[in-house]
Design a protein around this ligand. Structure first.
Ligand SMILES: Cc1ncc(COP(=O)(O)O)c(C=O)c1O
Length: 311
């Protein structure tokens, strides 16, 4: 670990005869290797929230999550590594520290867990509710669920800054759009971003507009930025956390071929989409980056649903 943070993630080149014969260079930005618990875009979104807490001399971070939240676990672990305290507001007052391994690990890492009823949790983005929490915990910096705020966007810009300027194209899975907005704002003029929303019927461009407006960008610069985005909304495989046998087979194939694990919720979908897209002539002679945004913590749950090992 550096003084602050965990250092840059590797940019791994993938080797494939088909791509090479068409002079296509494909890399994976291995954010899944940043840390075993603070993996992928979780760290990108947390980094400057933690830095800000430290700068403001706050003693900790207060944030929100569900029973199996990777964001809560990442926050607990990153705060523990950096000597910062953490509070997790957890959806469901029927839960406890011993309800599951995620919550148990959060508690072990020193996170103070507050279990709240679902109707109270639903207020997590309301100004009044946040003010009440802020009054109760004045020494804590409140970070929204998933790290989806301005500082989260700033952290995600580093995904691009850590890559070679010669890259032409980035591929990224999309949930709240925070990560993709950060990547978009960091692109050089010649670079392009393709996003794969993992939710069915997701209004990607509208969501990105909202997120960028909250980051205080003007309408005209937002529409300029969005011209550099392609949205592929046919790769959700039925919706959030849905997948098909074809996707599972692709994830296994990708692992055999490149030795990289993907998950069926986010990274498997974007890798599948990229595999198809690269068939298009417009990618000839281009360098592209698949952003591996993590998500591997969910694999045991997926394997339990599948009834067999994924890898
Ligand atoms: C592994 C993984 N990839 C991609 C995303 C999508 O990121 P965002 O919600 O910032 O669009 C998420 C959600 O946080 C995620 O967990």
């Amino acid at each position: 670990m550096n003084a602050f943070g965990y250092g840059e993630s590797p940019l791994q080149k993938l080797s494939d005869h088909g791509w090479e014969s068409r002079n296509i260079h494909v890399f994976v930005k291995r954010d899944d290797l940043i840390h075993s618990e603070v993996s992928g875009n979780k760290w990108r979104k947390l980094k400057y929230n933690l830095a800000q807490a430290s700068h403001l001399k706050k003693s900790g971070i207060l944030t929100f999550g569900g029973a199996y939240s990777n964001h809560l676990l990442a926050t607990a672990s990153a705060c523990n590594d950096h000597g910062i305290q953490s509070i997790g507001i957890v959806r469901g007052d029927e839960l406890s520290e011993s309800s599951n391994p995620t919550l148990a690990r959060c508690a072990e890492l020193g996170m103070q867990l507050e279990f709240v009823p679902r109707n109270e949790y639903a207020l997590k983005s309301e100004k009044g509710y946040i003010e009440t929490l802020q009054n109760r915990f004045p020494d804590y910096r409140v970070v929204p669920e998933g790290g989806a705020n301005y500082y989260g966007i700033i952290g995600c810009q580093e995904i691009v800054r850590e890559c070679d300027g010669e890259i032409d194209h980035f591929f990224l899975a999309q949930g709240t759009t925070t990560t993709s907005c950060g990547v978009l704002l960091a692109l050089a003029e010649h670079q392009h971003l393709t996003v794969v929303p993992v939710l069915k019927g997701f209004e990607s461009r509208k969501e990105m507009e909202h997120v960028l407006m909250r980051a205080s960008l003007s309408e005209s610069s937002i529409s300029e930025y969005l011209q550099r985005v392609t949205v592929l909304d046919d790769y959700h495989f039925g919706g959030y956390a849905r997948y098909s046998e074809e996707l599972i087979e692709f994830i296994r194939f990708f692992h055999r071929k490149f030795g990289i694990r993907l998950d069926p919720v986010y990274t498997g979908k974007v890798a599948f989409a990229m595999w198809q897209e690269l068939e298009k002539p417009e990618f000839e002679g281009k360098s592209v980056v698949l952003v591996h945004s993590g998500g591997l913590h969910g694999i045991p749950g997926i394997e339990a649903r599948l009834g067999e090992k994924l890898f």
